[in-house]
Design a protein around this ligand. Structure first.
Ligand code: ATP
Length: 285
């Protein structure tokens, strides 16, 4: 195992290979992390911040790293360390199959709706439950931000918008809209900037919808303002053809207007893990 004291990795221990994807502030590369003695190598994903970025983007990049460094769970992408570069780099565990959204779109015939999809749903809920127990809200849960380590292991990534909740309040109040993924957001988030575990549950419901539609875009090319109007009058995303009744009912419950009426991540983990007690309970919600 390669140890990285203090999580700071010298640039000379990193080798950048092919590009894995484009992030908001820079590229993500496949690479190798060499141990200090140069004998061991670990395949990693390296997220870079382009040099031309301003101080605020640097702060956001480091904020994401500071959240991830506190998390250790098999359903959450692990941050191995950061390198001052330049460019500034975040070194993460390599999640070989990449983005779940791309996988859903490119490999529709390799996925079983009642097997893989339920496993992924349960693992995402399990990772979110862990995040909840550490008082973090994710604020950007979506299929594009989940990665697949294998066909049977999903992991949550992209903690760029996530925030720690203070112990007295159970929510985070955002000051401004910024570039928000409105179609994944609960009414209290787009109306009042309030984010909580329950608003993450709403986004989880939209993620379920993406998963069961094979990666379709929620609300198609509708504008965010029009989606807000529809959600406010009680309209919700339609049932995906592949979603069984009880799975769609779970989505609808995640989209209950009142945050208190939404299921918890603990419940959702067990439901999708096919816990028989929970399968029956869904009828009662
Ligand atoms: P955005 O905010 O636009 O979603 P971002 O700046 O947060 O982008 P990421 O979504 O983290 O960047 O990464 C972009 C792409 O790089 C991902 O969609 C995925 O394909 C790939 N990627 C990111 N992290 C990893 C990883 N740890 N292992 C494998 N691939 C990864």
């Amino acid at each position: 195992r390669i140890t990285t004291p203090n999580y700071f990795i010298p640039k000379s221990n990193l080798q950048l290979h092919d590009t894995l994807g484009e992030g908001e502030f820079g590229s993500v590369y496949k690479g190798m992390l060499k141990s200090v003695n140069g004998k061991d190598e670990l395949p990693v994903a390296i997220k870079t911040l382009h040099d031309e970025h301003c101080k605020q983007n640097k702060t956001e990049f480091l904020r994401e790293a500071s959240v991830m460094i506190k998390l250790s769970h098999h359903c959450i992408v692990r941050l191995i360390g950061i390198s001052k570069g330049p460019p500034l780099m975040m070194v993460q565990e390599l999640v070989p199959l990449g983005s779940m959204l791309t996988y859903l779109i490119e490999h529709p015939n390799e996925i079983n709706a009642n097997f893989e999809l339920k496993i992924w749903a349960s693992q995402i809920a399990c990772g979110m439950s862990y995040l909840e127990s550490h008082h973090f809200v994710h604020r950007d849960l979506a299929a594009r931000n989940c990665l697949l380590a294998s066909k049977h292991q999903a992991k949550i990534s992209d903690f760029g918008l996530s925030r720690a909740l203070c112990t007295e309040s159970n929510y985070y109040q955002a000051s401004q809209g910024g570039k928000w993924p409105i179609k994944w957001y609960a009414p209290e988030s787009f109306n009042y900037g309030i984010f909580s575990h329950a608003s993450d549950v709403w986004s989880f419901g939209v993620t379920l919808w993406e998963i069961w539609t094979g990666g379709q875009a929620p609300w198609g090319d509708m504008k965010g303002v029009d989606v807000i109007k529809l959600v406010e009058i009680g309209k919700r995303l339609p049932r995906p053809a592949l979603a069984p009744d009880n799975v769609y009912r779970i989505m609808e419950n995640c989209w209950n207007y009142n945050p208190k009426d939404r299921p918890t991540f603990q419940y959702l983990t067990k439901f999708f893990a096919n816990d028989p007690d929970y399968q029956n309970l869904v009828e009662l919600i």
